[in-house]
Design a protein around this ligand. Structure first.
Ligand SMILES: [Zn+2]
Length: 238
């Protein structure tokens, strides 16, 4: 935190959390480009001395003007990115994206930038705004996050024997071939599922928008079940 010099900063990012204190002060935890997640103080703003409207709510993406004082960051103004606001119309998408923000709040180090992860998050929001299946985007978000941190399951090669995977079996943290690990109905990944998991994880956001018809027949439970494995891997890191 103190590695940041005093003065004005402008950075884009997203509000992860908001605390409103009884005396009317608002503190928001914002994941910012080149800065990382930081608490921004907006003294008196809940009482209306400084008005930010809904711009301090979690899920708000924008360009934040901030001031770093001797010890704290202060919010000066926010220019909200309106297009992501559209997300709020989709209840399922809101629920899933709030989960992402919760996990980011818990797992990221304060004042340590992770611009690649912020980029993954941003494009995941865009896919939700474009009305792609929120459960599919959820799998993609967590796989990309874990991949960035080097702990995502390999979706093409068995970590036991190095053979290419045509179908697979989940262990607690990776997908093995059926020679390395015997499957049960609960942990088997069929050829088709492995294929769609791989496409959802690896396609560029442009391709996924063009090719989303690949995913329309995948049941939500499939995404949920496999996403849960990724979330568990993230939980185990703590
Ligand atoms: Zn194997």
């Amino acid at each position: 935190m103190d590695s940041f010099r005093q003065g004005l900063y402008t950075s884009s990012g997203v509000v992860l959390r908001r605390n409103i204190q009884p005396e009317g002060n608002i503190n928001i935890y914002v994941f910012l480009k080149e800065i990382g997640p930081v608490w921004l103080n907006a003294p008196g703003s809940a009482k209306g001395k400084v008005r930010f409207g809904g711009a301090t709510e979690p899920l708000t993406w924008g360009i934040f003007q901030i001031y770093k004082g001797t010890r704290r960051f202060y919010l000066k103004s926010v220019e909200v990115k309106d297009d992501i606001w559209l997300l709020k119309k989709n209840h399922e998408a809101v629920k899933i994206s709030l989960q992402w923000l919760k996990f980011l709040s818990r797992n990221l180090l304060e004042a340590h930038p992770d611009d690649k992860l912020l980029g993954i998050l941003y494009w995941s929001f865009i896919l939700l705004v474009k009305d792609l299946d929120p459960e599919m985007v959820n799998w993609r978000f967590f796989w990309k996050w874990l991949n960035l941190w080097g702990i995502a399951p390999d979706l093409t090669t068995c970590p036991g024997c190095g053979n290419l995977l045509s179908r697979g079996v989940w262990s607690s943290e990776a997908i093995y071939c059926s020679s390395c690990l015997s499957g049960t109905p609960e942990n088997e990944v069929t050829e088709n599922i492995l294929k769609v998991l791989g496409m959802a994880a690896r396609f560029s956001h442009e391709s996924i928008l063009e090719e989303h018809s690949w995913f329309i027949n995948v049941r939500p439970e499939i995404w949920r079940l496999n996403s849960r494995r990724l979330v568990e891997a993230l939980e185990r890191m703590k």
